[in-house]
Write a protein that binds this ligand. Structure first.
Ligand SMILES: Cc1cc2nc3c(=O)[nH]c(=O)nc-3n(C[C@H](O)[C@H](O)[C@H](O)COP(=O)(O)O)c2cc1C
Length: 300
């Protein structure tokens, strides 16, 4: 078997494939089909300081090649996650990346400070796509200055490595990645969903406003991964429209060190195990002993 292991944030991940936040529930939902230990790391659903009910239905719109979701960051809150859901992971060997968010800067900081350092927690992933209620609903991830401020503040309250998850809804994503790096982030995830909407043409009214995910994002995400990998030295985790191992390879060749798979799981719940097996077979077939041999080779 080829060695798919990746060492990042002082953790050895058995392979470079994780789920994307919010697309594999609290982990236990997938266990009847395949073990969490198939993943390089499990990324939690976005956690907030307090439990959050999310948005009313409809929450999903299937689009050609992808989907729009308006889950609205529903979650049980950080404390209940650690009381009720974390024990599953303690019985496993897979590192965890804890995704979190806040509706104000204070909430981000308070939430991060409540995440207890634990040998299984490899990193925190800060979702910068969340609306800031105090700033009139403006998304904090859209401005380099606010990204710098929030990352620096969170770094002060937690010793756990911090990954900045970037929104594509910006003019210059490289500038945002640079701000995250300068503020002390340890890595970046590129990228989150793209704001979108669907119309119910039979009713002549809005059906949903939410985030577009899946294959329509892939070419844009690849370019962002490539541009950011060249601009900063932090590890880049690629996300956006990956459905098979060939998509994952394109992200590695563009410079990603790991990849996240989200929407693909909704189409095929075995997409992630298939991607891991596909990467393994590719490495064997091409006599590659380490993933580093192809990382960034596209040089574009
Ligand atoms: C149903 C759903 C829920 C999501 N929830 C979160 C979340 O809680 N936090 C977050 O940072 N991203 C969330 N995302 C974004 C994904 O983690 C990922 O960045 C995005 O969907 C692009 O990857 P994909 O095309 O493989 O789905 C969610 C996406 C979907 C489809």
């Amino acid at each position: 078997m080829a060695d798919l292991a990746v060492r990042l944030f002082n953790t050895i991940f058995r392979n470079p494939v994780t789920n994307a936040s919010g697309t594999l529930g609290y982990g236990r939902e997938i266990e009847p089909l395949w073990s969490i230990d198939t993943l390089g790391a499990y990324v939690t659903k976005g956690l907030s300081l307090l439990p959050h009910h999310g948005n009313p239905t409809p929450r999903i719109s299937e689009e050609k090649g992808g989907m729009i979701n308006s889950i609205g960051l529903q979650n049980v809150g950080v404390e209940r996650f650690f009381a009720d859901y974390f024990p599953l992971f303690v019985s496993k060997k897979t590192p965890i990346i804890v995704n979190f968010f806040g509706f104000t800067e204070e909430e981000y900081i308070e939430c991060a400070s409540r995440i207890p350092p634990h040998e299984l927690i490899a990193a925190l992933e800060i979702n910068l796509s969340c609306p800031n209620i105090k700033a009139g609903g403006l998304c904090m991830g859209k401005e380099a200055q606010s990204v710098f401020r929030i990352i620096r503040a969170v770094k002060r309250v937690t010793p756990i490595p911090l990954i900045a998850k970037l929104t594509p809804e910006v003019t210059d994503i490289v500038e945002i990645a640079r701000a995250a790096a300068e503020a002390g982030a340890d890595g970046v995830t590129v990228l989150n969903t793209m704001p979108a909407m669907a119309i119910d043409i039979d009713k002549g009214s809005l059906f949903i406003r939410g985030g577009l995910s899946g294959p329509p994002l892939k070419p844009m995400a690849l370019k962002a991964v490539s541009d950011i990998s060249k601009a900063i030295t932090l590890p880049v985790i690629g996300a956006g429209g990956i459905v098979d191992y060939r998509d994952a390879l394109a992200f590695f060749m563009a410079g990603a060190r790991m990849v996240q798979v989200g929407t693909a799981t909704f189409l095929d719940p075995f997409a992630i195990p298939k991607i891991v097996r596909g990467l393994d077979a590719y490495m064997e077939e091409h006599s590659l002993s380490r993933l580093a041999e192809i990382t960034g080779i596209a040089g574009c």
